[in-house]
Ligand binder design. Structure first.
Ligand code: ATP
Length: 375
């Protein structure tokens, strides 16, 4: 395995099977997963429930032993199925914040935060512990709560305490498993930007698990989209959203119009043309097709479907006559459902669009944002 000093974590060929006790059925929770995490990155594992993201994180933490594969942290192997190496969690350069935060209710805020400095990998003197804990509590906005019982904190404050305790371990890699999932929607939105700015302030490499695509897009440097134990795509939030690699990614991250068709060969170097039931569609976003594959789905996000007042007289590339079937006013925009023959498309239109259900309109699918998906 090639090791770069710029990578905090490298995983290759990771596989983890579980056997269900009652039925003895074997399931492959993690299936040949591999990725590298650049140092200082906010790296998110995103996918639906059961896709294997927590199991991957637990393998990194040393709380699960994989059946195959290797894990390197800071260039050092902490797990190798082949070499039968499995460094225990306490000897890995990590700190983990579980979903439940793992805060002790019988301790005060200060003692919870001080725990790793008193009993962890790198213990320090009483005076130093006091200085460092108080400074950290101050940094996460809990300076005045040090003497409170941890049960007297709100959900958001508990989350910050868990983060403070993890950061006091000075980990090379911070592992966060859905740390915002117990909070209400408003607090989640507030804390996700807080969490991101803490991560940037401390510069700690962070692996974050979530099933919330909004959270992943807002916080991450890199997103890994997982499905059924496998990786569907790795990329920046912009790459994942604007150039999804598969129908699964297009549909799971944001909303997408998907139109089946057959690739009619490259129109030119910059586009693929796809024959669909509504006509020929020009897709300027595409990956190299797998050999022999011509079946394709055209993907376009609702914000790139333009509803124009008049019905086009001549059919240009990606421009069609359509009929409005429903509209919904959402304040900042109007969601419009339109039918082009038998294909139903969703569009985000101007909030003051005059068209109403039954009206004939024109629709344009911007070729620059139209993606050809081979899988
Ligand atoms: P969630 O968001 O619901 O936590 P996830 O993507 O994190 O889901 P995992 O918890 O990694 O998914 O689970 C992946 C698969 O492995 C699931 O099918 C799950 O039922 C199974 N699994 C996980 N842990 C065990 C276990 N200890 N014993 C048996 N099966 C397990």
């Amino acid at each position: 395995m090639s090791v770069s000093p710029d990578h905090a974590v490298t995983i290759s060929g990771l596989e983890k099977r579980f056997t269900r006790k009652q039925s003895s059925e074997v399931s492959l929770a993690v299936d040949n997963v591999g990725f590298t995490v650049p140092r200082g990155d906010f790296f998110t594992l995103l996918g639906p429930s059961g896709c294997g993201k927590t199991t991957t994180l637990r393998c990194l933490a040393g709380l699960e032993s994989a059946d195959r594969g290797e894990i390197l942290m800071n260039g050092k192997s902490v797990f190798s199925a082949e070499a039968r190496r499995d460094v225990p969690p306490e000897d890995r350069p990590i700190a983990m914040v579980p979903q439940s935060y793992g805060i002790w209710p019988h301790m005060k805020v200060f003692d919870n935060a001080a725990f790793p400095l008193r009993y962890g990998r790198k213990t320090c003197s009483r005076t130093e512990t006091r200085t460092r804990v108080l400074a950290m509590l101050e940094q996460v906005g809990l300076g005045e709560y040090a003497d409170r019982w941890s049960t007297q904190l709100s959900g958001g404050q508990q989350q910050r305490l868990a983060l403070a305790r993890a950061l006091l371990c000075e980990p090379e890699v911070l592992l966060l498993d859905e740390p915002l999932s117990n909070l209400d929607a408003k607090l989640r939105a507030q804390l996700r930007s807080e969490l991101r700015s803490f991560q940037q302030k401390f510069g700690v490499t962070t692996l974050y698990v979530t099933h919330d695509q909004g959270e992943a897009l807002a916080m991450s440097d890199t997103i890994v989209v997982m499905n059924k134990g496998r990786i569907e795509q790795i990329g920046s939030p912009g790459e994942i959203y604007d150039s999804p690699a598969s129908r699964f990614v297009a549909d799971f991250v944001g909303s997408a119009n998907l139109i089946p068709g057959v690739a009619d060969g490259p129109a030119d170097a910059g586009a693929v043309e796809v024959k669909t039931s509504i006509g020929l569609l020009r897709c300027e976003r595409f990956a190299t097709p797998p050999a022999g594959v011509r079946e394709v789905h055209v993907c376009i996000r609702p914000e790139h479907v333009r509803v124009v007042g008049e019905v086009p007289e001549t059919i240009l590339a990606n421009r069609f006559p359509a009929r409005v079937t429903a509209t919904e006013y959402l304040g900042d925009r109007r969601e419009v459902v339109i039918a082009v023959d038998d294909v139903v498309l969703r569009a985000h239109a101007d909030a003051h669009l005059a068209a109403r259900p039954g009206d004939e309109v024109g629709v344009e699918l911007d070729p620059a944002w139209t993606v050809a998906l081979w899988s």
